[in-house]
Design a protein around this ligand. Structure first.
Ligand code: GTP
Length: 235
């Protein structure tokens, strides 16, 4: 295996499937199957999940809501998604721990870095909930931050398309896929695959990002064993 400890970043929207809102049981099942496979391969898996299928902080703010309040709602949405994913994984027999950046100890553990690392060493899948615990930060930035903290080898950014293209492949048939990009190119080209704070954090600390389609069966394993799947973002 090329990567032993990975951080998987899932968007909240991914959980909603075609329904566009809320949590789709079939999608949840599919995602947890892929995570289970990684766990069985012996890969240490940490997950950061967004909350956009329930509430998007920025979207609320554009409609006149106070940004901080809207972001707090978004963080709570990530906790709902984390619990749904935990439940789906544990129904398949995968041990998991949800660690929240906002303390709510009746529901899940608080985030403590050393504890997170210990869980990984014991081959438990950990799910980081509530983003960074701060408004104005996205869950992409939470993914970059946690990946650095736990010393992950790779951030796997799951998307619906199979990598980064020079233009939107859904709208343009002649769009060309990149196999590899430098962090600085992603920033300079304004590619919106992850926000600039997250890309910068990875650039400064040299954490590789792989953008790939998680919904194509087998892709996730191929990435971990080092096959050229999706787009690599590196130094
Ligand atoms: P080890 O000590 O490494 O074996 O880890 P552990 O997570 O199994 O031990 P612990 O006794 O800390 O946790 C037992 C169970 O309680 C696990 O399911 C944890 O997720 C859960 N747990 C631990 N701390 C908290 C907490 O603060 N809040 C909630 N809701 N659950 C917790």
């Amino acid at each position: 295996m090329k990567y032993k400890r990975i951080l998987l970043k899932l968007s909240g929207e991914a959980l909603s499937g075609d329904q566009g809102y809320g949590i789709n049981g079939e999608v949840l099942d599919q995602i947890s199957d892929e995570v289970m496979t990684l766990n069985e391969m012996g890969v240490e898996v940490a997950i950061v999940i967004g909350g956009g299928n329930i509430h998007r902080g920025v979207a609320g703010a554009t409609k006149g809501m106070d940004r901080t309040t809207s972001d707090h709602m978004g963080m709570l949405a990530t906790i709902i998604n984390s619990l749904a994913l935990q439940d789906a994984l544990e129904r398949k027999g995968v041990y998991t721990r949800v660690l929240s950046a906002i303390k709510m100890q009746e529901i899940c553990e608080p985030y403590i870095r050393r504890r997170a690392v210990r869980h990984l060493e014991k081959k438990r899948v950990i799910i980081f909930a509530a983003g960074t615990g701060n408004p104005y930060f996205t869950t992409d930035t939470a993914a970059a931050l946690r990946a650095n903290e736990i010393d992950a080898d790779l951030i796997m950014k799951a998307t619906k398309v199979d990598g980064i293209y020079d233009k939107d492949p859904v709208l343009h048939k002649d769009a060309v896929k990149f196999d590899e990009l430098k962090y600085i190119e992603v920033l300079n080209r304004g590619i919106k695959v992850m926000d600039s704070a997250a890309i910068s954090l990875c650039m400064d600390n040299d954490i590789e990002i792989r953008v790939f389609n998680m919904f194509e069966k087998g892709n996730i394993q191929k990435v971990v064993i080092g096959e050229q799947i999706g787009t690599k973002v590196v130094k």
